[in-house]
Design a protein around this ligand. Structure first.
Ligand SMILES: C[S@@+](CC[C@H](N)C(=O)[O-])C[C@H]1O[C@@H](n2cnc3c(N)ncnc32)[C@H](O)[C@@H]1O
Length: 223
């Protein structure tokens, strides 16, 4: 069991029953999974990479990330819900992954939870930024090395003809506590280099990714 109780700071706590059934109730296979695969693909991961999974929940992304980073890589998950992390820990234990660790705490305090600047090759936010109260603080790009990639997969309201699905989409968001008007994927275009964005299911799901900008030090500016 690799649950590290570091800085428990959030009032958010998903119920135990919700956590136990999350993988089914979140419609992983028919709805959320394909966007997750697309988002992880956009991280351009390779063997040995170290990935931060923000709001990792039950760890549905872990096997997909590990398929890219291999046994020499590492996954670090952060989540505020002990119930969700309990499911994630069972997943880790069952699979025997020694290179996956999870931290309990508020993603708005990420730096205090998981370490120093530039210590990750990539960061992943799947269906979490629309829920995390301090979502802009959780957008902790400094933790990813310059050139490292960041992906956001999240829910919004369908566009165009898909507007007929608004009642259902609103219900799906309300059930999971997501704010469908937040549109966190816009942070990618605002803050990252070479941004890309895809819309799935008429825009109910957005997948966006880009690279962390190089921050030039004083000695580099004139080179
Ligand atoms: C819809 S779930 C997504 C879980 C996972 N990323 C996935 O793709 O299945 C949102 C997750 O965000 C977590 N969360 C909500 N507020 C949080 C916060 N302030 N800090 C860290 N995690 C938070 C919840 O506990 C929940 O596990």
């Amino acid at each position: 069991m690799q649950l590290m109780l570091v800085g428990w700071a959030s009032s958010f706590s998903a119920g135990t029953a919700w956590a136990r059934w999350y993988d089914v109730l979140s419609m992983e296979r028919p709805v959320c999974g394909p966007a997750r695969v697309t988002g992880i693909g956009l991280l351009s991961l390779g063997p040995g990479d170290r990935v931060l999974d923000v709001g990792c929940g039950t760890g549905l992304s872990f096997p997909l990330l590990l398929a890219h980073v291999g046994s020499s890589g590492a996954i670090v998950g952060v989540d505020a819900s002990s119930s969700m992390l309990a499911v994630a820990c069972r997943r880790i234990d069952r699979a025997g992954w020694s290179n996956v660790t999870v931290h309990a705490g508020d993603a708005a305090q990420l730096a205090a939870l998981v370490g120093r600047s530039g210590s990750f090759d990539a960061a992943l936010f799947t269906y979490s930024l629309s829920i995390i109260a301090g979502w802009e603080a959780a957008w902790a790009l400094a933790l990813v090395r310059p050139g490292g990639r960041v992906a956001v997969v999240d829910l919004g309201l369908p566009m165009g003809g898909g507007r007929v699905w608004w009642p259902l989409a609103r219900l799906a968001c309300a059930t999971g506590g997501a704010d469908p008007y937040r549109e966190p994927w816009r942070l990618v275009d605002r803050d990252l280099d070479r941004p890309v964005e895809y819309r799935l299911r008429s825009g109910h799901i957005h997948v966006a990714a880009g690279a962390v900008r190089h921050v030039y030090g004083p000695d580099e500016r004139n080179n």
